[in-house]
Unconditional design. Sequence first.
Lengths: 384, 108
Amino acid sequence: MNKVITINLGGTAYQLEEAGYDALRAYLETAATRLQGNPDRDEILSDIEQAIGEKFRARLGSYKTVIVTKEVTAALAEMGPIEDDSAAEESAGAEQKTHAAPEGFAAASASDDTPRRLYRVSEGEMLHGVCNGLAAYFGFDPTFVRIGFVLLTIFWGMGILVYFAMVIIVPRAVSPEQKAAAYGTPFRAQEFIRRAKAGYYESAKAFPDRHARREWKRRFKEEMRGWRASFRREMRMHAASAWGPPAGGPGIGLTLPLLSALQGAISILWLCAIVSVVATGTLFGAALPVSVPVWLVVVVLILAFGILKWPIKAARRACYYGWGGTGSAWRLVLLVEAMVWLALLGILLSLMCRFLPQLLDAARNLPGVIHEAVNNIRDWWKTA
Amino acid sequence: MGIDEKFTAIRKGLLEFLVLKIIAAEKVYVADILAQLSRTEFSTQEGTLYPLLSKMRREGLVDYEWKESDAGPPRKYYELTAKGREQLRDTLDYWGRISGNVKNLGQK
């Protein structure tokens, strides 16, 4: 159940869902700013309002009296961003006219109301533009995204897998419209983060005074640190004998890669499960309950994976400390593991290419499904 | 850089010319113009067209009149002014020369 807001567009009343109303207001506000300095600004705005109204009317029927949020965004996408270069042209004169093309592109890439989509962006790419595209999508500096991927690869072996999966799945921004969409911002990831932060500070303010708040923060951090340290100590001291290889057994040389392979296999199974859920809506052929949205299943899968992975990770750590390793050499083990990971990945990819060419088709359909999930979460976020 | 992309600026510049041509044929309202353009490489959206039309009206190339519609409020129907007609003739001439040059240059 969503709240409905009644608005007046060109003399006709329309009922919109609240989130849709927000989207429409944002669109019209951007339009008004864009048209700043245009002598016909008010007239164009009323034309645009009327055109939106017409699009809404086409979506209504005798039993359907409310425009839902999805329909508002669809209508706004049909309208397209307001592109008005007459004001700029008149004031800037002839000099800028010779640079019309790059200027037009800059306007398109900075536009605020094209739907933002995830693309690979070629301008300034280093490999295939994945990091660049992600940076555009979330509004970060691409360098940070690249560093993140490199760190993920070194310490987890996962970064490179994600990267090449994205090379296959994420389309490249080719047309200027797609390029603009790669940077566009109606759904702002930053906005999401800002709201989360605002919520956080709001609850933090509920503490009676600043001193108590700081004290609480300090204690919380200390507890977390202490818990982690004691976990590590536990591993080193006792768990080694409980979980580690029996004395005289095959030893670390065999157990550790085996455990790594096991973890790798589980990870791949998990990835396949996620792909299967997202691409076909079923979990390896088993239908999901209708009332459960796909994104929720994915979240549950991620949690389940974390829980399943934990004991294996603990056992590997225990095994390693049982062998007498020190903290600093652990990174080396992780590096070796990354290699094991890559080998598994290679096997998986070759199997995929040989036996399941249709998997690639499923992968191509992914972006749409992901977008739907993002939209669902956004709607939920806005109505919550 | 794809061909589509190379011609972005040219398409953008030609839009005004094409809108003139469409309006010259008959009195149209914005949805008609969009529908005709949507079948071509020049497909565009209201967000671009409304500011363009208002600029053309300011320059005295087009004018509009309100007409009742059977579905909803009255609509603005655009038509060419005398100045607009003249501009269309000039542009057509100019375009003829350009496309002739494009065709002939480099041929022996």
